[in-house]
Ligand binder design. Structure first.
Ligand code: FAD
Length: 399
């Protein structure tokens, strides 16, 4: 496989566009096929730890990010009913000092636009919109992606970056069997001008409470607040970015919580709801000329804020493997899996463990939470727990 080969990417999300950018930079001819008729991510935030911004900076996106990013000064913890606040750990300049690249909070749509613009600068017609993949087939000479519009496109290799309900994964390995966790996640955005001054404009804030957990942080240069509310509930099991609930239903899930949480909920533009599911790890991600990345092969719960970052890391490492083993996709995919499977499995495991720890009902008690913050959530302890995650350098991985 050399520069003359054609790489087809199914899915123009954060992972697919990162892979497209990394591959075009390596000299490959790439085409991205996205099912949505317009390139428009959902209205929600995404946290990017230093391991994610390391990849974005390496792809030349530092300046573009600076026009849209929010770099929080710190994270803080608040108690669900009284709003009592504890400093959790420092970010801002401290994160850059420790890891070389910043910890950012972004609007997904802004990040998506930055990636799409960069891909189009490399190849103006690389991204095809309104193309929904229905199947992938292959033989020893080529792979072929079939689409709902009746077209079939041949390529040298295919990358399935089509997310949690991946059609490419289903074509390779059959249907998956997700298991409901008993939690749902509410998401939404609200302009800061609608919120009381007591809602932090400089930090990421985690609220701990009974049967629930709230996280909010500024995005888009600090103009908007991104809200995520996780709650234990078993009457909703649809896993989707686009299903909206009602403000009344969301308010009911967090009744009795502090006035700041109520004010955010009452002012959200649209409250979206997502049922959190888990899936067993996949032993293989590739078959012949086809491989997977991001949520298509290792979907993760949002309790570590690393799912999109893993998709970025995958895209960068996969491009490096295809470059190094040009002409030998079998070795490229095998090295890619070796480089990425253990790390992504650790992230999936850790995120599931975090779910258990934030839903400990006793943390809703003030004295228990204060003790827990003092013992387990101090800067040094957090640093020890997160170091393995943030120091990983996808741009220097040995492939
Ligand atoms: C509540 C919540 C909060 C989160 N917060 C964070 C966070 O702070 N930080 C973080 O790193 N991660 C976070 N995540 C996880 C993160 O959103 C995902 O891991 C990430 O979006 C995965 O990226 P992806 O590119 O693999 O898939 P996706 O973002 O799902 O993109 C897949 C793309 O493929 C397209 N597609 C799907 N099917 C087809 C088809 N058949 N044909 C063509 N195109 C198709 C879709 O339209 C989409 O554009 C969060 C997740 C949730 C649920």
């Amino acid at each position: 496989m050399g520069a003359a080969s054609k790489i087809l990417i199914v899915g123009g999300g954060i992972g697919g566009l990162t892979a497209a950018l990394a591959l075009t930079r390596q000299g490959f001819d790439v085409a991205v096929y996205e099912q949505s008729p317009e390139l428009r991510e959902v209205g929600a935030g995404v946290q990017m730890g230093p391991n994610g911004t390391r990849v974005l900076h390496a792809l030349g996106l530092k300046d573009a990010l600076e026009r849209i990013q929010f770099a929080p000064a710190r994270r803080e913890i608040r108690l669900w009913n009284t709003g009592e606040t504890w400093n959790w750990f420092e970010l801002g300049a401290k994160a850059v000092e420790r890891h070389g690249t910043p910890h950012l909070m972004l609007h997904r749509r802004d990040l998506h636009e930055v990636l799409a613009d960069a891909v189009r600068r490399e190849k103006p017609d690389a991204i095809h919109l309104g193309w929904r993949c229905t199947a992938v087939t292959q033989n020893s000479d080529a792979a072929e992606v079939r689409f709902a519009n009746g077209e079939a496109v041949p390529g040298t290799v295919v990358i399935g970056a089509d997310g949690i309900h991946s059609q490419v994964r289903a074509s390779l390995f059959g249907a998956d069997a997700p298991e409901f966790t008993g939690c749902i996640a509410w998401r939404g955005l609200v302009p800061f001008e609608r919120l009381p001054a007591s809602v932090s404009r400089t930090s990421g804030t985690n609220w701990l409470g009974p049967y629930g957990h709230v996280l909010h942080y500024p995005v888009r240069r600090g103009e908007l607040l991104n809200f995520v509310g996780m709650v234990e509930r078993d009457d909703w099991q649809v896993e989707s970015w686009t299903v909206a609930g009602t403000t009344a239903e969301l308010a009911n899930d967090f009744r009795g919580w502090h006035a700041d949480v109520q004010a955010i909920i009452a002012n959200l533009d649209v409250p979206y709801k997502w049922a959190l599911m888990v899936r067993p790890p996949m032993p293989r991600w590739s078959e012949g000329r086809v491989t997977l990345l991001g949520d298509a092969c290792h979907p993760t719960l949002p309790f570590l804020g690393q799912g999109a970052v893993m998709a970025l890391e995958d895209g960068y490492v996969l491009a490096a493997c295809l470059k190094k083993y040009a002409g030998d996709h079998a070795t490229a995919f095998s090295r890619y899996e070796q480089a990425r499977q253990e790390r992504t499995a650790a992230v999936v495991r850790k995120a599931a463990e975090n779910r258990t720890s934030v839903f400990k009902h006793k943390l809703a008690d003030r004295d228990t939470l204060a003790k827990s913050v003092a013992q387990e959530w101090q800067q040094e302890r957090v640093r020890e727990r997160m170091e393995w995650l943030y120091t990983y350098d996808a741009t220097a991985v040995e492939v």
